[in-house]
Design a protein. Structure first.
Length: 351
């Protein structure tokens, strides 16, 4: 449990579901921070820390004991292919409704991680009683031709709606007045492709010397990216802001949002950026289902950084920021509407 995309999806649904009818408990791995724990407990849930699944015997023993003790009627796993382990334990504990929910696909270049994904994929449909995914492409990757339900990575669209006054206030607070701000939110890891993002931003900065790159997130590759920024002489133009609360504020200050990911299921940050009416430029390795607004553009990672920079600048120039609540709701990404669908789904299982 941290501030990653999957965790934010689950918390969005938890905050907006009718908790007099449905209550969540959260199972997280020992050694991981749970910054949402206070909020979860305030809303009536519990947080249980269990051994990591790398210690499989201890992990299975712990979750089975808690599943039986608490007599859950539903276990909903958001661990992608690793959901095999939690749902195996749920089946052995006698939990009648076991849901696997896939949020990811396999990407090129991550040999070790992909080996595990492909190794576990054949077992994905053995232990669950229900198959779910964040998008059509994520579901097809894990479940093939089997039927599954899609629950969109919905957000609080009102909270993310564009607000010119909030934008001006934050840009003043961060010293960004008169700047062209390129934004990215995501963990510093191979998947998110920050190395290429720096190349693209260097080209943008060459054309627009007042440009600033705003990076929000933490991760194992942060030091590598910092060194690359310094080597390129961009240290005064790149902001490393770490993990931030009230993330919706930062979209307001941006002028364009760039996602050069090597692979994604359906990125929550892409949904949030569009809710704030930001021009969004994605790699073609991201699901096309991410496109919710006409302003969203795709470009291949095989194209040079110069072409990416041109696409970013052109898209930003012709995009007018406005309120997108209606469009986001119509596309199925308003959490106030989508949480009700999950609630009805749960109740149908219990009936």
């Amino acid at each position: 449990m941290n501030y990653g995309g999957v965790e934010m999806v689950v918390m969005n649904y938890y905050r907006h579901i009718d908790r007099s009818k449905v209550q969540f408990d959260f199972f997280a791995l020992e050694g991981s921070a749970v910054p949402q724990q206070e909020e979860i407990e305030r809303l009536g849930g519990h947080v249980y820390l269990v051994p990591r699944y790398t210690h499989l015997v201890q992990y299975e023993r712990a979750i089975m004991e808690l599943f039986r003790k608490n007599q859950y009627q539903i276990v909903h796993s958001h661990m992608n292919t690793l959901g095999v382990f939690s749902l195996w334990g749920a089946q052995r504990a006698g939990v009648p409704n076991r849901i696997v929910h896939n949020h990811s696909v396999a990407g090129k270049g991550e040999t070790k991680k992909n080996f595990v994904k492909y190794l576990l994929r054949p077992f994905a449909k053995i232990y669950p009683t229900q198959l779910c995914a964040c998008s059509e492409s994520a579901g097809r990757w894990l479940y093939g031709d089997s039927e599954f339900r899609v629950f969109n990575n919905a957000i609080d669209v009102e909270k993310f709606s564009f607000d010119a006054q909030k934008r001006a206030a934050l840009r003043k607070e961060l010293g960004l007045e008169g700047k062209f701000v390129v934004g990215h939110i995501g963990r510093f890891c191979y998947q998110k492709n920050h190395e290429f993002l720096i190349d693209v931003f260097e080209e943008i900065h060459r054309q627009r010397p007042e440009a600033v790159l705003m990076l929000i997130g933490r991760g194992e590759m942060e030091s590598v990216i910092r060194r690359k920024v310094n080597r390129r002489g961009l240290q005064d133009a790149v902001l490393f802001l770490g993990n931030r609360r009230k993330i919706e504020r930062y979209y307001q200050a941006m002028d364009a949002f760039v996602l050069p990911s090597r692979y994604e299921g359906l990125p929550v940050v892409g949904v949030e950026a569009q809710a704030c009416a930001l021009p969004l430029i994605c790699s073609t390795d991201i699901s096309r289902e991410t496109k919710l607004l006409e302003s969203t553009q795709f470009i291949s990672l095989s194209e040079p950084p110069r072409k990416w920079a041109q696409k970013v600048l052109e898209t930003a120039e012709r995009t007018t920021r406005c309120n997108t609540e209606r469009q986001m709701t119509e596309k199925g990404f308003n959490i106030a509407v989508e949480a009700k669908k999950l609630e009805v789904f749960y109740q149908s299982l219990l009936r």
